[in-house]
Design a protein. Structure first.
Length: 301
């Protein structure tokens, strides 16, 4: 699915939202099957050239995104990953080869990419066996974390920890646009599992960094495709979700109770599987143990 959101003749953006993928594993506590979140891929384009943000997870998704890019008639010059989670870059190499584009991100995100490659055999390929293409880390940094698209700046802004360490967003000043990766969400349950110490302060600071850019539009890389890109609403709702999570953590003793409380507070949100993974990880952290093993267990059980 794609939406056309051109704003003037010189520069614009379009969004492709890949539908949620089925996942292996037992049903959720509310009886629903495990399904991943929608993944939004953004094409920022000028008259001739384009930059793609956050390529998707699986080979099949990437083929559809590639056909969408090809149909745009634009020359793809760069592919940007906002952070190191595999659902935002595992198909970058596949798309880069198809279009002759360069994969770029921040130095911190490159380190996180390597961590996610190491995790493939125990996590990603267990959940989606045979669906993810080879994913060598080919990304490079760019001077000043800045790309230029036909004279328009596309800035890679580092924001620190959000749903992952070493997160960034793309800022396109001439569009009043931020492509927010997983810093800002839009009608979808947020991935809290890597904030398992319960400290959501760094994520709040990341949101403040986005707000300081004063965008009018935000593309969240996990979103309900039926909602708009209004920046003020997205920022407020993302902050509120963190407040809800903090309140629920303070008042509930089990992951199941936390899960149900967050469903009740956010009944319209998509992606309850990620909420359950977050619930498991947050409460496993209270028991101690190795954080990486806790994270894998939260995803697989």
């Amino acid at each position: 699915m794609s939406t056309n959101t051109n704003t003037n003749v010189d520069i614009g953006y379009d969004v492709f939202v890949a539908d949620p993928l089925a996942m292996s594993g037992p049903a959720l506590p509310n009886g629903q099957p495990r399904v991943f979140q929608p993944i939004a891929v953004t094409l920022i384009h000028g008259r001739q050239d384009a930059v793609l943000a956050d390529p998707p997870l699986t080979r099949q998704q990437a083929e559809k995104v590639g056909d969408w890019v090809e149909a745009s008639g634009k020359r793809l010059t760069h592919i940007v990953a906002t952070h190191g989670h595999g659902d935002h870059w595992f198909t970058a190499g596949m798309l880069a080869e198809r279009f002759g584009a360069q994969v770029v991100t921040t130095a911190g995100a490159i380190a996180q990419m390597h961590n996610n490659v190491y995790a493939r055999e125990v996590l990603w390929d267990v959940i989606w066996p045979g669906q993810i293409p080879p994913s060598p880390v080919t990304a490079v940094t760019v001077p000043g974390n800045r790309l230029t698209l036909e004279g328009h700046d596309v800035n890679i802004v580092e924001v620190g920890h959000a749903d992952s360490d070493d997160s960034a967003v793309l800022h396109v000043p001439d569009l009043d646009l931020v492509v927010a990766g997983d810093v800002i969400y839009n009608g979808v349950h947020m991935y809290l599992a890597e904030s398992a110490d319960g400290n959501l302060g760094p994520w709040r600071k990341a949101i403040d960094t986005v707000a300081a850019l004063q965008p009018r539009r935000i593309v969240a890389s996990h979103q309900n495709k039926n909602l708009d890109d209004n920046a003020e609403r997205l920022i407020a709702e993302t902050r509120r979700y963190l407040d809800d999570a903090e309140a629920a953590l303070a008042t509930h003793d089990t992951p199941a109770e936390f899960f149900q409380a967050m469903l009740k507070r956010n009944p319209e949100h998509l992606g309850p599987t990620v909420l359950w993974v977050s619930s498991r990880a947050l409460y496993l952290a209270r028991e101690g143990g190795d954080p990486v093993q806790n994270l894998v267990a939260a995803w697989r059980q």
